[in-house]
Each structure stands twice: as structure tokens, then as C-alpha cells.
Write a protein that binds this ligand. Structure first.
Ligand code: CMX
Length: 437
């Protein structure tokens, strides 16, 4: 067994034993209650699942195994220039709860390099699609096409013992994550660069190799942006739509390929991951409508009002859980401040930061008027030359694999059962209320 697998097995076995005792003693302890508005309101805030890899606080934002993003920037092993954290290191942390050493991260990079061969038929499946197919559709289809290589599905078919589910899930998770940059870069190059593909550079870390295969000439700074991007988008506790979908599908013992493809279907929604393309599209449309790349705050405010008046949301603002600016937004703003000077689009994003929150607050219904993770990413990508915004959600998806697949290893190791919450009809609600009276 590899070092990482051994540590995972040791930790998950110990927690499984602990849980058994804990549930025996406290299984009927009440931890939450549900009110009617939650049933009608997208189950906001109902505590109903276990998710080990990260936790979201409405005020402090995301913490991965207890570490905030600024702490991770200090503690995680970085790329060769020592500046941005390596997403491999975050995966290690999420999987086993320990900050890895440089050697451990190098081992993991090496593992993913060795596992990164994409099945030939996946490229053929992609080639069968028109090049104007949305990149998220291509990504989803490519992931599903690789299900033919699932260890979990094969071993289940062969009669795998329950106690080995975690092992097959770990193998699938590692293979799937290893292949994603190649697949995503392939989609990007076939869609926007006439299929002029760039071979992987196996001397590079996972994120830098991805940046290299995209073929963006942003030198080392772009590699650093991708390292940071792939780290901060990886996980946002279990209740968000892409994580929860992956978890739900996995709970049927559908394998990690099916589960993750389902999660990507959720990420492709404009209220979730697709918002990253919507933000930059909205900014470009505003620039076109106003006829200037340097709009004033007053001009931006007018445009925000016209967007709201036409019954649309302001993409990149608001959140179902957060009640403060998203620390993932802040991490990207700090990156821009450090690496980039005097860019019109970035400065426009910073101006919207001053303009949008008071307007949303003024509506009197928006619970969180602050920027979320998607508000800044497009401006950074455009700066380095990755202007094809329909591709942005694929980048988010590559990163999200780290969290949801690490979490799936935990779900299988802890023996989490089929997820099956209860639904009710409106008739039931009326009857219940009349009985209450
Ligand atoms: N612009 C305009 N209206 C907004 C808004 C925004 N950015 N954010 C919330 N609202 C509105 C909602 O549409 C809702 O209006 P109705 O009552 O008329 O339906 C009202 O304010 C209350 O919503 P909420 O409780 O504050 O927010 P929700 O938890 O329902 O939704 C979210 C959260 C993210 C879907 C919402 O804020 C939104 O649509 N934001 C814009 C899209 C976006 O950026 N999504 C990305 C989120 C991050 C991610 O998952 O990647």
C-alpha cells in the first residue's frame, strides 16, 4: 500500500470505530429542527450529512480541515518559486487531515503523472462532438466515457467485499483526478485552438502542467494563478450543489466517475459554477453597452440597476451560506494586487465591489450582498489571455474534483448509507398545519 493510502486507511478505520460507539450512545440526540420555510426554501441550513474535508462558516468562510485560505497559503508546500500553494497538497490535507511534507507532495504529483493516461476512446468520444458544444457538456461526457475504466464498478461486479469499497474508490479518485487536466486542456484546445494540442510536461506539478497544456503564454505567473485557482475552488463543505450531487449519487454505490459527472451537471448551473462565465460575460456586455473599458462607479451603478430591472441576478454576488465577502474572492484580489498593475477589467471588478453591495442591500431581500468566488476569477483569466469564458466552469470542475472525491473516499470508508431524505406534498403540509391548529 502507498503511504497516502495507508495513512487514510488507518485514520478512517479509527474514525469508523469511534462513530460506532458515538452513535450507539448518542444516536437519538437532537441536533437540528426543520421549519416549513426550509422545506419550501431549498433545505437551507438543515444539518443532514457528514463531510470531513472542509467546513463553511457564514462569517469566516471556508476552512479546509480547520485551516483558512491565508493559513493554507502559509503552510502548504508550494510551486518551485515558493509563492502559491500546490493543489496536490490540499488534496493530501483533505484526505488525511495532515499538512503534507514536500516529499509527500512530490510523491503525489508523481502518482498523478503516472495515472494521467486518458483512455483513447475518450478522445474519440470528444472528437465526435461539434466543437461548439459547451465545454461543460464536453467535460461531463468525457468523464462519463471513462466510467469504463472504473475499478469500483469492475470490483463490485466481481463481488467485492464491503470492507474494500474505500480501496476501489481511492483508486478511481486518484485516476480520475490525474486525468482531468489532460481532458480539460484537450477540450480547450479542440474548441478554441483548432485542435492544436500541447503534450503534457511530466516535469511539472499537476497545476503547472495543466497551465502548460492550455497553452497560455502567461509564463510562471499564469502557472501560479492556476495553482491558486485549483486550490481555492476545491471544496466548500458538503451541502453545495456539486458536492451534494456527487455525494448523493455515490451513496447509491454508483462509482466515482458517475458521481463526479453528476456533480459537474450541478456545477454547470448559472446559480453555481457557471456563474464564473456569467460574471465576465456581464462585465463585457456592460463595457459594450457603455462604450468604455473604464466605466465610472455611477455608470456601473446604472448598469446594475438595469440588470436587476430586467429580472436578472448580478452574477458573482450573493451566497446561500456566506454572509461576508468570500475569502476565495479575497485570495484572488490579493493575487491581482501582487501580480498585476493597472488592468482595466480588474479595476472594473474592484469598482463593482464598491457599487453592487449597497444596491443589493437596498433591495431588502438579498441575504448576502457580498462578492463570491466567481466575482474575480474571470478578470484574472482574461488578463493572462484565457478569454474564452465558456471554458471557465471546466476549470472550476477540475478543482472541485479534489474535494468531492476525497470526501467520497471518506463516505465509502465510513460505510455511509444510501441517502434518502423525506419529501412531502403540499396536501400533507396543509393537513399537518390544520392538525397543529
Ligand atoms: N442579484 C440579484 N438578486 C439576488 C442576488 C444577486 N446576486 N443574490 C440573491 N438575490 C435575490 C434572490 O434571487 C432572491 O430573490 P427572490 O426572492 O425574488 O427569488 C432573494 O435575493 C433572496 O435570495 P438569498 O436568500 O439571498 O440567496 P439564495 O440563497 O436563494 O441564493 C445565490 C444564493 C448564490 C443563488 C444567489 O445569491 C445568486 O443568484 N447569486 C448570483 C449567482 C451567483 O453568483 N452564483 C454563484 C454562487 C457561488 C457558487 O456556487 O459558485
Amino acid at each position: 500500500m502507498s503511504n497516502l493510502k495507508e495513512i487514510f486507511f488507518e485514520k478512517s478505520s479509527a474514525l469508523k470505530t469511534e462513530f460506532k460507539a458515538l452513535l450507539k450512545e448518542h444516536g437519538s440526540t437532537k441536533v437540528d429542527e426543520v421549519v416549513l420555510s426550509q422545506i419550501f426554501g431549498g433545505a437551507r441550513g438543515i444539518k443532514m450529512m457528514l463531510w470531513e474535508t472542509s467546513q463553511l462558516d457564514p462569517i469566516k468562510g471556508i476552512s479546509f480541515r480547520g485551516y483558512s485560505i491565508p493559513e493554507l497559503k502559509e503552510l502548504l508546500p508550494t510551486g518551485p518559486d515558493g509563492k502559491e500553494p500546490l493543489p496536490e497538497a490540499l488534496f493530501w490535507l483533505m484526505l488525511v487531515g495532515e499538512i503534507p511534507s514536500d516529499d509527500q507532495v512530490r510523491w503525489l504529483t508523481d502518482q498523478w503523472t503516472h495515472r494521467s493516461n486518458v483512455p483513447e476512446h475518450t478522445f474519440k468520444v470528444l472528437e465526435a462532438l461539434p466543437t461548439d458544444t459547451h465545454p461543460m457538456t464536453q467535460f461531463n461526457i468525457a468523464i462519463t466515457s471513462m466510467q469504463t475504466t472504473s475499478c469500483f464498478a469492475r470490483r463490485y461486479e466481481e463481488g467485492m467485499n464491503k470492507s474494500e469499497y474505500w480501496d476501489a474508490t481511492y483508486e478511481d479518485a486518484m485516476n480520475l483526478i490525474a486525468r482531468l487536466p489532460r481532458i480539460a486542456a484537450y477540450i480547450y484546445r479542440r474548441t478554441y485552438h483548432n485542435g492544436d494540442h500541447i503534450a503534457p510536461d511530466i516535469s511539472l506539478d499537476w497545476g503547472a502542467n495543466f497551465a502548460h497544456m492550455l497553452g497560455i503564454n502567461g509564463s510562471d505567473d499564469f502557472k501560479n494563478l492556476i495553482r491558486l485557482y485549483l486550490t481555492i475552488h476545491a471544496d466548500h463543505e458538503g451541502g453545495n450543489a456539486s458536492a451534494h450531487t456527487t455525494h448523493l449519487i455515490g451513496s447509491t454505490l454508483s462509482d466515482p466517475y458517475f458521481s463526479f459527472a453528476g456533480g459537474m451537471g450541478s456545477l454547470a448551473g448559472p446559480l453555481h459554477g457557471l456563474a464564473n462565465q456569467e460574471v465576465i460575460k456581464w462585465i463585457f456586455r456592460m463595457i459594450d453597452a457603455l462604450g468604455t473599458r473604464t466605466p465610472t462607479k455611477e455608470q456601473i451603478a446604472d448598469y446594475v440597476q438595469s440588470t436587476l430591472a430586467s429580472g436578472q441576478v448580478i452574477p458573482g454576488y450573493g451566497h446561500a451560506v456566506l454572509r461576508q465577502p468570500d475569502p476565495r474572492f479575497t485570495a484572488q484580489k490579493l493575487f491581482a494586487e501582487e501580480y498585476i498593475k493597472g488592468d482595466d477589467i480588474i479595476e472594473t471588478v474592484w469598482k463593482t465591489l464598491e457599487v453592487v453591495p449597497p444596491i443589493l442591500q437596498g433591495l431588502g431581500k438579498v441575504k448576502n450582498p457580498w462578492p463570491n468566488v466567481d466575482a474575480h476569477s474571470g478578470a484574472l483569466l482574461v488578463y493572462y489571455g484565457l478569454k474564452e469564458y465558456s471554458f471557465y466552469t471546466v476549470l472550476f470542475g477540475v478543482s472541485r474534483a479534489l474535494g468531492v472525491l476525497a470526501a467520497q473516499c471518506w463516505s465509502r470508508a465510513l460505510g455511509m448509507p444510501l441517502e434518502r431524505p423525506k419529501s412531502v406534498t403540499s396536501e400533507w403540509v396543509k393537513e399537518f398545519l390544520s392538525k397543529e391548529k
